[in-house]
Design a protein around this ligand. Structure first.
Ligand SMILES: NC(=O)c1ccc[n+]([C@@H]2O[C@H](COP(=O)([O-])OP(=O)(O)OC[C@H]3O[C@@H](n4cnc5c(N)ncnc54)[C@H](O)[C@@H]3O)[C@@H](O)[C@H]2O)c1
Ligand SMILES: [Zn+2]
Length: 444
């Protein structure tokens, strides 16, 4: 079994060891422009490899020792694909598959202590809470499960709502040996994770993401937090879960608009680091929009692999991890300026991606065929390609000024540069290009 550390190509070993101190931004770009050279640590526990859409990855195997008693046919249809997030003693598995909430052993092996607090909301709770409680307790009478149901929506991703989790945990007199379980989309995952990081200075935590957005992005990598009225996700912590359990069946109840929103992040991985995946998406977008199970499972798996690789190399966002924010600086300005919850996160990211791509083109860093392909794929995914009409240049500028990627007063952006699949995280650009982009997309 290869570990990420010893499987790195020489160039990436160098990049990894000096992530926090690139000599110049150009140097930084050169070192990170081919991150696909790395090999992800994989787990192979001995059962049949799951093949998805005819595409196999030698690095990911579908297996679970506890499933050995099942027949091969049953096991291969139910065994999870496992993507490992390699973070030394904080490494954890991402289980991906259909019907995983019916496999209690997957969750139970990651529960610490005897008391569990499930954090969910008033939309997801009625759909999946009973199933999750059953998965946590079946054959395991010593464990008691309580829940806290939060109001649904990005506008509740704030300190007041977070307090409800602490209130419940304290009322229940939970101690350090408890486990918090996030059941829901990215809002619940981010809030529950932050609550787990802060409660008693840190308790065990499990992610059960139920949106495409959460399954391909937010549940992986340990970024947790809440919004402030002046900016998104400004208060939070890096805090890794014990495992991420992705039961793809939960997507059956997800509204179409939410599905499309999550695809914005899938497209992002292709653009910043995985041209082959982008090409696959160009061919398979109709299948993803139609929720074809094997296409969706492949998109989730490949997205998680990309995210896991980036997070393994740069957990605390010294540099490389920031590239996952393509389109997000513009997108966060839309979410904040337009009001949380008006546009979905992925919708704002889609429009923001078009703006970042426009700026990259103005700088002469990419050719126009890339611009066209990005427009096409976003349109196929029914995602917006322009910001809301009410957004002004001033609104963009004032929100972007408090972005987390501002360093020493300089706004650093993720921009595409070179062939498809390459990007830079840089403050070293001609400010006129940014101004021109903002004026091109805003009426005033
Ligand atoms: N931590 C990270 O690294 C990271 C990465 C990306 C996004 N995020 C955050 O994630 C949030 C967006 O996440 P999201 O798009 O999942 O939004 P969300 O959590 O608001 O979920 C979207 C909607 O779908 C509902 N829902 C969830 N699962 C469902 C299901 N299976 N069936 C029916 N309805 C369901 C929710 O109740 C909600 O109404 C943002 O706050 C964003 O900042 C965080
Ligand atoms: Zn995002």
């Amino acid at each position: 079994m290869a570990s990420t550390a010893n499987a790195l190509s020489p160039s990436l070993s160098a990049a990894n060891s000096s992530i926090s101190k690139p000599k110049t931004l150009h140097d930084f770009y050169l070192r990170f422009k081919n991150p696909n050279a790395i090999s992800l640590r994989s787990k192979r526990v001995g059962l049949p490899v799951l093949r998805l859409s005819g595409i196999t990855s030698p690095r990911v195997s579908a297996s679970s020792a506890q499933l050995m008693h099942q027949s091969v046919g049953e096991a291969s249809s139910r065994a999870p694909t496992i993507v490992e997030v390699d973070l030394g003693n904080r490494s954890y598995p991402i289980y991906i598959g259909s019907g995983l909430l019916d496999q209690p052993e997957l969750l139970q092996r990651h529960v610490h202590g005897k008391r569990v607090l499930v954090v969910t909301n008033n939309t997801v709770g009625p759909l999946y809470l009973d199933k999750v409680v059953d998965a946590l307790t079946r054959g395991n009478p010593n464990v008691s499960v309580e829940s806290v149901i939060l109001p649904d929506g990005e506008k509740y991703k704030n300190m007041e709502t977070l307090m409800k989790v602490f209130d419940k945990a304290i009322e229940l007199r939970l101690d350090r040996r408890c486990t918090f379980v996030a059941l829901g989309g990215g809002v619940i995952g981010d809030m529950c994770g932050f609550a787990a990081a802060a409660f008693l200075r840190g308790v065990n935590f499990i992610q059960i993401p139920t949106t495409v957005m959460a399954q391909v992005d937010s549940s992986v990598g340990g970024k947790t937090g809440i919004n402030h009225t002046l900016g998104k996700n400004l208060i939070g912590a890096f805090y890794q879960p014990q495992c991420v359990l992705i039961d793809t069946d939960t997507l059956n109840t997800l509204p179409d608009r939410e599905l499309a929103s999550g695809l914005a992040e899938v497209i992002k991985y292709g653009l910043i680091r995985d041209a082959k995946f982008f090409e696959w998406q160009e061919k398979n977008m109709p299948k993803l929009m139609a929720r074809d199970p094997s296409a969706m499972a492949y998109a989730i798996k490949r997205s998680c692999e990309n995210k896991a690789e980036v997070v393994s190399l740069d957990e605390k966002e010294g540099g490389l991890r920031a590239t996952l924010n393509l389109g997000h600086t513009f997108g966060h300005a839309i979410e904040t300026g337009f009001g949380y919850g008006q546009w979905l996160h992925g919708e704002a990211v889609a429009a923001g991606t078009v703006m970042a791509v426009d700026m990259s083109y103005r700088l002469g860093w990419i050719d126009d065929s890339i611009v066209k392909r990005i427009h096409n794929i976003l349109q196929q995914a029914k995602l917006p390609t322009t910001p809301p009409e009410t957004m002004t240049v001033e609104m963009f500028k004032s929100v972007m000024a408090v972005d987390k990627k501002v360093a020493d007063g300089l706004l650093r952006l993720i921009l595409l540069k070179g062939p498809l699949g390459n990007c830079v995280f840089s403050g070293d650009y001609d400010g006129k290009a940014l101004d021109d982009t903002l004026h091109a997309f805003c009426k005033s």
